[in-house]
Design a binder for this molecule. Structure first.
Ligand SMILES: O=C(O)C1=C[C@@H](OP(=O)(O)O)[C@@H](O)[C@H](O)C1
Ligand SMILES: C=C(OP(=O)(O)O)C(=O)O
Length: 749
């Protein structure tokens, strides 16, 4: 269906001047979006009121009175109760001048289409069925407001026969009053609204009516607290309107009622039998869904952040970092704690969990597969494990946002389940390579489909018997290694991986922590399928990848001295410490200890002049996520820094080699990308405090690029504006706050 671009509306005729019709009239007048508003109401008093309130320029009691004077470009908006629409259409028949557009605001679209067919014998090209979904318990002409539709969603359900010019006119009319316009097929609209609007009204009316019949009703209403009031607000809505909706959308509403009734029956059963697991399952899933929905309404969903919210960092020049800081929990371990905790027998308690969008995406995926997970509350999560074979088919595709780790590790686990599942991600993740996991899984007998070019979505077929393999990894990737080992838990026999260089070994360590035998011999790790995991307690240390931003900040800004507390210093993750030390950084590890099978320390970093180095290739996998920050250190060093053997950086949330080279160049640094690395000419030897010029750089929605350029401002001569920073929330949601507390001058807009 094409939408033709349109001029404004000529005259607007509003048939039915209540909240919906009156608000459109007021909004369009305020936007100077039409020449004149003519109101049509059954009662003379309403007509007079509409004129007195400035809603209509004039008003009549029968639309037929004004039809002869209408002309092409005028719009008739029918906003009467659903079952009255047909009678209004009948009044329009035969007298409607050519080129006039008719649209409506009824909550059911199937019945409007049926009414049009009855009156005109077809759906006429001038009819654009629509639904402003703006109704409330308030009604009548006095409820009209000129701002009702600002940032509000309007659904249009054009038919095949709807003319493009008419559709374009209505689309433009709604946009003129500030609305966002969506189009949808009629049947889909009616099903969606049955579930999201019509069913809640049935329940609210039914509940209030039930209680009102109770002999004690006065007491019930007197003592009914906020919950009752909030839940039943919509039972004050207009009864005629809602009776019409129930009759007009009968089949879809019955379907919703049946589904809800069976859920209510199950809840009743659980209460009767004291089934606390069932109750916790329903309540935690519902709470998570409602919280998610609340965030979506506030435009801060943890999924789809790139579309929803645009964040710019403005990093003001200068400053130093000082104090004691605890950065958030390790992302890699947080993901794995949810995965293994869910598959374990018993209840796993997690502390220090990263409440960032990536780890929350993993958590949501397991909730969608029926696992009861409480929290997170201040980093504490309680996972009621379902055992190796206890996951259930999710209700739809699992959306994992920006998180490569979620998608690749889940692919391995899901290959061994009995149900089919689809994994999807955001724009950035949808560009990242997935054959690196699909190929070994296929070798194991899994059926995995990828999107074009081996990209997401991943469709994984359930019910396949997996066979064990010995897999030599073609690249140093902990995600691929973990994917194969996790699939190996479901395979018959011994599955092993051999890596070309050491990569983070959190999967192996945490499996062992859950009592699963992992045999490790140099580069080889091996698991035997068919075992079980036993719930445990997990203390997630602070993420060394997040700590690196402050290690670099302190190293480049004179006067800095920070203590980063309780950071994981697993030897497969400590490349940044080694590389920065080789460059001359002053880093000391204090209070080294082991917590839950992972080495941890407090890291003290003081300013020290840095020098450029050739980064040893064996450090690359050990610092794979830290390079954007290390490049900033290199720019502040004296002499040249050369990185090779790091082509993996090109397939992260962005092409991190290109993204950093481009940004560094904007800031006046000579940085030349190579196929597998970069060569950076440091400006630290030039005796100036200012290494970077100011300017505007694009993080391309990559959290680590965004935070690295924020750190660069410590040695900049002018402000650095960093675009598209919303995804900082994937790994380090309180970065700006901590950076400010430490002494960086960062504002977020
Ligand atoms: O296993 C993990 O938790 C991760 C492994 C690394 O990815 P690769 O395996 O693709 O190198 C890393 O970049 C990512 O942030 C987290
Ligand atoms: C590469 C990263 O994460 P992922 O692969 O999980 O998206 C990262 O956090 O830098």
């Amino acid at each position: 269906m094409t939408v033709a671009r349109q001029e404004g509306v000529g005259r607007l005729v509003v048939v039915g001047i209540g909240l919906i019709g009156g608000s459109l009239a007021l909004g369009l007048k305020a936007a100077s979006g039409c020449r004149e508003v003519i109101g049509v109401a059954r009662r003379v008093e309403t007509c007079e009121q509409a004129v007195a309130l400035g809603i209509a320029d004039r008003a009549v009691t029968d639309v037929r009175e004004v039809l002869p004077e209408l002309e092409a470009g005028d719009v008739i908006f029918v906003s009467v109760p659903t079952l009255t629409v047909e009678a209004i259409f009948a009044q329009l028949k035969d007298q409607l001048p050519a080129g006039v557009t008719v649209t409506d605001g009824a909550s059911v679209k199937g019945s409007v289409i049926a009414a049009a067919r009855k009156v005109w014998g077809e759906v006429p090209e001038f009819l654009v069925p629509g639904h402003p979904i703006a109704g409330s318990e308030q009604s009548g002409v006095t409820a009209a407001r000129d701002d009702l539709y600002i940032a509000h969603r309007i659904i249009l359900t054009p038919a095949e026969s709807t003319g493009a010019a008419h559709l374009g006119r209505i689309d433009a009319m709604w946009r003129a009053v500030g609305a966002e316009v969506l189009t949808m097929p009629v049947a889909e609209h009616d099903e969606v609204l049955a579930a999201t609007s019509h069913l809640p009204h049935v329940i609210a009316y039914g509940l209030v009516d039930t209680l009102a019949h109770d002999a004690e009703n006065e007491n019930i209403f007197r003592y009914a607290a906020g919950g009752f009031r909030d839940f039943t607000r919509i039972a004050s809505s207009d009864p005629v309107m809602w009776r019409d909706i129930m009759l007009a959308n009968r089949d879809a509403i019955l379907k919703s009622i049946d589904l809800y009734t069976s859920n209510l029956e199950a809840l009743r059963g659980a209460i009767a039998s004291g089934d606390s697991e069932h109750l916790m399952g329903v309540f935690t899933r519902a709470k998570a869904a409602r919280d998610h929905f609340t965030k979506m309404l506030a435009k801060k969903a943890y999924t789809e952040t790139m579309e929803v919210k645009d964040v710019t960092f403005v990093a003001h020049p200068g400053g130093a970092v000082n104090g004691e800081l605890r950065v958030p929990g390790d992302k890699s371990m947080s993901h794995r704690s949810i995965m293994l905790g869910s598959l374990a027998e018993g209840v796993t308690e997690v502390e220090g969990f990263l409440e960032g969008e990536d780890a929350l995406a993993t958590l949501q995926a397991f909730r969608d597969m029926g696992v009861v997970i409480e929290g997170p509350h201040n980093g504490r999560v309680t996972i009621h494990g379902v055992g190796m074979n206890g996951l259930q088919a999710p209700p739809g595709p699992l959306y994992v946002g920006n998180s490569g780790t979620s998608m690749r590790l889940l692919a391995g686990l899901l290959a061994g389940q009995q149900f089919d599942v689809t994994l999807t991600g955001d724009e950035s993740l949808s560009k990242r390579p997935m054959n690196r996991v699909a190929n070994p899984l296929r070798e194991m007998g899994a059926v995995v489909e990828t999107g074009e070019g081996g990209r997401p979505p991943l469709k994984i077929r359930g019910g396949k018997t997996l066979k064990a393999i010995d897999y030599p990894l073609p690249m140093a990737s902990a995600q691929v290694k973990s994917c194969v080992l996790l699939a190996g838990l479901y395979a018959e026999g011994d599955t092993s991986t051999t890596e070309p260089a050491p990569t983070r070994d959190h999967t192996e360590r945490m499996l062992a922590g859950f009592g699963y035998d992992v045999r490790r011999d140099g580069a080889r790790a091996c698991v035997t399928g068919g075992g079980k995991l036993t719930a445990c307690h997990i203390d997630v240390p602070a993420d060394i990848s997040s700590a690196t931003f402050f290690m670099v900040a302190a190293s480049i800004a004179p006067g800095s001295d920070v203590l980063l507390e309780h950071v994981g210093i697993n030897p497969t993750r400590d490349g940044a410490i080694n590389i920065l030390r080789a460059m001359g950084a002053d880093i000391t590890l204090q209070n080294q200890r082991e917590v839950g099978g992972e080495p941890v320390a407090d890291i003290r970093v003081r300013y020290a002049p840095l020098k450029g180095i050739r980064i040893p290739e064996d450090q690359v996998p050990l610092a794979i996520d830290e390079f954007p920050a290390i490049f900033v250190a290199a720019a502040c060093a004296e002499g040249e820094t050369v990185l090779t053997g790091a082509e993996e950086l090109r397939v992260k949330e962005s092409d991190r080699i290109q993204a950093m080279a481009d940004g560094l160049k904007v800031l006046g640094i000579n940085a030349e990308p190579t196929p597998d690395g970069i060569v950076i000419q440091g400006r630290g030897g030039q005796g100036s405090a200012e290494v970077f010029a100011g300017g505007e750089v694009d993080s391309l929605g990559d959290h680590r690029i965004a935070m690295s350029f924020a750190v660069a401002a410590l040695r900049a001569g002018a402000e650095i504006r960093i675009l598209h920073c919303a995804n900082v929330a994937t790994s380090f949601p309180n970065f700006a706050e901590l950076a400010g507390r430490a002494g960086m001058k960062l504002t977020v807009s």
